[in-house]
Design a protein around this ligand. Structure first.
Ligand SMILES: Nc1ncnc2c1ncn2[C@@H]1O[C@H](COP(=O)(O)OP(=O)(O)OP(=O)(O)O)[C@@H](O)[C@H]1O
Ligand SMILES: [Mg+2]
Length: 206
């Protein structure tokens, strides 16, 4: 079983969007996939409840209520805003990799700077047992804020996997319980390309 934690204590940074789309990718490849929600808001589990029955199954797990009953190929943990302390350490320790989405704004960069320095102190990360990577989220290229995010991410000490654009496809996929990998490819061509390096890193690292 490979475990991926999606984390950033900053609210609205794109954790659930990354978690649900990753789960849909693995399920659509035929892998047994569990989407585990650590968040009281339960956005990931709500997304799963909207998922059309004819699509490949993603198993739901409410991390606040129970232990995991099966050992799937892939376990994706969506985490809540504000995750820190022992809960963060436990989640990092249990993960093969941690993906941190960061949006291009001064507030997001400020909050993420503190979080990334907390991550560098985690024992599992220092000992190369858990690997961390960054994703620029809702990034419109050729904007000043995109440049500022890029210069922050590139000196942050972790690999920068990709920049995911701000796109209506993510909003639609959230509403419908699907991922961009399950939408008509002509609608999401650029988005699929942007995900390629992220998926490659996960497959090589986990
Ligand atoms: N690349 C994107 N393009 C367009 N909308 C996006 C994108 N990424 C995220 N969003 C939207 O931004 C909002 C916040 O994203 P999301 O819920 O994934 O963040 P979160 O980190 O899980 O938030 P929380 O901390 O509250 O759990 C959602 O409405 C989501 O649909
Ligand atoms: Mg969320």
């Amino acid at each position: 079983m490979k475990t991926i934690l999606i984390a950033n204590p900053k609210g609205g940074s794109g954790k659930t969007t990354l978690a649900t789309n990753l789960a849909s990718y693995f399920a659509s490849c035929g892998h047994q996939t569990v989407l585990s929600d650590m968040d009281r808001q339960q956005s990931s589990l709500q997304w799963l409840s909207r998922r059309p029955a004819e699509l490949p199954r993603i198993y739901a797990h409410d991390a606040k209520k129970s232990e995991l009953a099966i050992a799937p190929d892939w376990l994706i943990h969506d985490s809540p805003a504000g995750l820190r302390g022992d809960k963060l350490s436990d989640a990092v320790k249990a993960a093969d990799c941690v993906i941190v989405p960061i949006q291009p704004s001064a507030f997001d960069i400020g909050a993420s700077r503190d979080f990334l320095s907390l991550l560098t102190e985690e024992k599992a990360i220092r000992k190369n047992k858990t690997f961390v990577a960054l994703v620029g989220m809702r990034v419109n290229s050729r904007t000043n804020s995109a440049l500022q995010l890029a210069s922050f991410l590139e000196q942050a000490g972790f690999p920068v996997l990709t920049y995911v654009r701000n796109a209506q496809a993510y909003v639609t996929s959230a509403e419908r319980g699907v991922g961009i990998f399950e939408m008509r490819p002509s609608l999401v061509e650029q988005d699929l390309q942007q995900w390629e390096p992220l998926l490659q890193w996960v497959l090589e690292t986990a």
